[in-house]
Design a binder for this molecule. Structure first.
Ligand code: SF4
Length: 324
């Protein structure tokens, strides 16, 4: 019942945007969906066709709002990029987030784990209920911060795998969402205790970043004995960090032979055959911290490179992130 409501609101928003595109005389409309929403293609096509628009779906992966299918955008009148919050101001791109419904009362399950001033965070699909979650916590006597981060995020409490600027001014963090990547990222970014509440199952646990940091230290230690290093850039508009990549090459050249390599998407089939012993990733930080085990050679971040070349101490370990 709750999930049906989320789908209905999403399709209503697609319809509203479709009508706006029609008013702007658009005809050919690109639609980009994350893999988890591609199953909705037929329903979206039905909505857009009923308005008199011709949809073309991107078959590429879409991991974030940074991940615009530029070839499709060059072809169509307008692009609907669904499932993520806006990163750009482009009159031809309409961003349509997808909100997953849940009962804010579920936060009561986390009460026993909370103390001090709490910072409330979540990934985009759960942010719409955070003001209600905050209210319930405050009525129960907790002190709660619900902050909007910098311009890379849209909603109060929203975090991205590349941006935790919503975390500030607190004793501990309450993360509402699923998966380990974001709460571990928040813990490393802030150095604070993180409680994770899955808003659908009600599971609650405390997240510790130590295992991930240990794995990263092992990987970094392996790189120290290597000779050559590829600095990876992605062509995706919101991930292209040329200045950072050039700085990485300059730093790496003190100790390794280092070259810049640019690809659309950083995948094992694109980089495993390149003649470098390890890679420094300047594209999406999730590739370094979440996908590293898919690659046959080590991938480290710019901050990790600074440590292995001796520019920063190991105790200063920090997360790679992209400011807005
Ligand atoms: S860079 Fe990565 S984490 Fe950041 S918005 Fe893009 S896909 Fe998401």
């Amino acid at each position: 019942m709750l999930m049906k409501t989320a789908l209905k609101s999403f399709l209503e928003e697609i319809q509203r945007i479709g009508e706006e595109i029609k008013r702007k005389d658009g005809k050919l409309v690109g639609v980009q969906l994350p893999d988890g929403l591609k199953r909705l293609s037929i329903q979206i096509a039905t909505v857009l066709e009923a308005i008199g628009l011709e949809p073309i779906f991107s078959g590429e992966h879409s991991y974030g709002a940074c991940d615009i299918d530029t070839a499709l955008l060059d072809t169509v009148d307008y692009l609907i990029h669904a499932g993520h919050t806006p990163l750009y101001k482009d009159d031809r791109i309409f961003f349509v987030p997808y909100f997953v419904e849940y009962n804010p009362e579920i936060v009561r399950k986390a009460f026993s784990q909370l103390d001090g001033k709490i910072c409330l965070i979540s990934t985009a699909q759960y942010t719409h209920r955070l003001p209600q979650v905050k209210h319930i916590l405050e009525e129960a006597g907790f002190t709660v911060e619900l902050n909007k981060g910098d311009d890379r995020v849209c909603f109060p409490g929203q975090v991205l795998g590349c941006n935790y600027t919503a975390v500030k001014n607190c004793d501990m963090i309450l993360f509402i969402g699923d998966g380990l990547f974001h709460p571990v990222g928040a813990a490393i970014y802030s150095g604070k205790k993180v409680c994770r509440l899955n808003p659908l199952s009600g599971e609650v646990d405390l997240v510790t970043p130590e295992n991930m940091i240990k794995r990263r230290y092992l990987l970094m230690t392996r790189c120290m004995d290597m000779k050559t290093c590829g600095i990876l850039l992605s062509k995706k508009p919101g991930q292209f960090r040329l200045t950072l990549a050039r700085e990485a090459r300059n730093i790496a050249n003190d100790r390794f032979h280092a070259d810049l390599i640019v690809v659309d998407e950083i995948t094992p089939d694109k980089i495993d055959n390149l003649p470098y012993d390890f890679f420094v990733n300047t594209a999406c930080p999730r590739i370094t911290f979440d996908d590293w085990s898919n690659f046959s050679k080590p991938i480290i971040s710019f901050q990790e490179l600074e440590i292995i070349v001796g520019k920063k101490p190991w105790e200063s370990y920090s997360l790679d992130w992209i400011p807005g």
